[in-house]
Design a protein around this ligand. Structure first.
Ligand code: SOE
Length: 391
């Protein structure tokens, strides 16, 4: 294919949901985009020898390993892609950066602000030597979100007044849905707040180009015990009747005030019956409004306030034109993109930034700032008051 280009040899840690999404991205990016480096899917790493070998075969990695330390130390690896639960992000990412590997790390950046601070410091240090780090807030790279950001930056909706964001899922409505690592505070850090709330915090801040200054919010856990899943506990199938505690939030709601003075209203839940992956964002400005729902991800709604009221209204822009962000590499107008394309665009932008010697976005510093917002929401819920976002 692109043998004249320098290689970017990738080692990926973890191979479940995110590992599959990232594998698809590494494989596809150089086939649809003209990249300055040629990604090589060198090694995938996991704890179980047989399962990780099978994953390598299935997902297209040249080899497999059961030691992330070994992968990080390998001379012939240029980038470490961290697709593990949050409790291992800091250790793996920092070791990789110190070994001179570029890092792509899944979100949320870490499980605590302290870990995120250490990661951001390691990334800053590494950047001095040209080593890059990026956190995987992949929804930034949905074309409709890219278009919304461009329109806001161009002033098309004027001054911002309201930011409204919801991340709605329903995979925990059934009280018999099993405990997964995502429901264990030690592994996941928090529940809906960090897993999906983090996305809308990042997305909205990215869209308006501003940060949240203070928050007040609350957290709820509706189902406090669930059956232990055989696969995640290592117990036999008979363990189906055993139950374990849910140690994270099922849902959160919070208000925010941005540095620029405007208001934010946020909701993140795994109990919105009927909503599967509904990331809804509406931004109201003095000259217009924009609205997005990931369940209709190729569409951006735009109300242009300069049109006379008798003819105005929200119109649906189908974000599949060649001059929409990232779209020209894909299909003709109207043919649509999906969830996986965000991951491909992430790999494209990261690879280009590495080759250009530039800082990719979102950086670990951006990931740390989101972590601070999450921590402020938790503190607010605990103390029942407004909390400033530290930093
Ligand atoms: C589960 O809630 C999950 O897979 C999240 O972990 C992702 O970040 C989100 O994009 C989709 O839902």
């Amino acid at each position: 294919m692109t043998h004249h280009k320098p290689a970017l040899r990738v080692g990926m840690i973890g191979y479940a949901f995110m590992g599959a999404a990232h594998s698809q991205a590494w494989r596809t990016a150089p086939r649809f985009f003209d990249l300055p480096l040629d990604p090589v899917m060198s090694v995938v790493c996991g704890r179980d020898t047989d399962r990780v070998a099978a994953a390598a075969e299935q997902l297209g990695w040249a080899s497999s390993s059961t030691s992330w330390e070994e992968v990080v130390a390998r001379e012939d690896i240029d980038l470490v892609d961290v697709c593990t639960p949050g409790n291992t992000h800091a250790e793996i990412a920092i070791a990789a950066l110190r070994a001179g590997k570029h890092v792509l790390c899944e979100k949320p950046l870490a499980n605590t602000v302290e870990e995120a601070e250490e990661m951001a410091a390691a990334a800053e240090e590494a950047a001095r030597g040209g080593t890059r780090a990026m956190v995987g807030f992949t929804y930034r790279r949905v074309p409709a979100i890219g278009l919304a950001r461009r329109m806001i930056a161009e002033g098309r909706i004027g001054e911002i007044r309201h930011v409204r964001a919801q991340y709605l899922q329903d995979w925990l409505v059934d009280p018999e849905a099993p405990l997964s690592w995502r429901l264990d505070k030690k592994l996941a850090g928090s529940g809906a707040l960090g897993d999906i709330g983090a996305h809308v915090v990042d997305l909205t801040q990215h869209l308006v180009g501003d940060t949240i200054a203070e928050v007040t919010g609350t957290l709820s856990t509706f189902v406090t015990e669930r059956p232990i899943a055989a696969s995640s506990s290592g117990l036999s199938a008979s363990a189906g009747t055993e139950r374990g505690p849910v140690t994270v939030d099922d849902a959160t709601a919070f208000l925010a005030r941005f540095e620029g003075g405007y208001l934010g209203v946020y909701e993140a839940t795994r109990f919105a019956t009927g909503r599967k992956n509904s990331i809804r964002i509406e931004i109201n400005g003095t000259r217009g409004s924009l609205a997005f729902d990931f369940e209709d991800m190729n569409v951006l709604e735009f109300h242009d306030g300069s049109i006379p009221d008798c003819e105005a209204g929200f119109r649906r822009i189908i974000v599949t034109e060649a001059d929409h962000p990232w779209v020209s590499a894909w299909w003709p107008p109207g043919h649509g993109l999906g969830y996986e394309h965000g991951f491909t665009h992430q790999v494209v932008d990261l690879t280009r930034a590495i080759a250009a010697g530039e800082q990719p976005a979102p950086s670990f510093a951006d990931g740390l700032q989101v972590q601070r917002v999450l921590a402020a929401v938790e503190a607010s819920a605990e103390h029942r008051r407004w909390e400033a976002v530290a930093g």
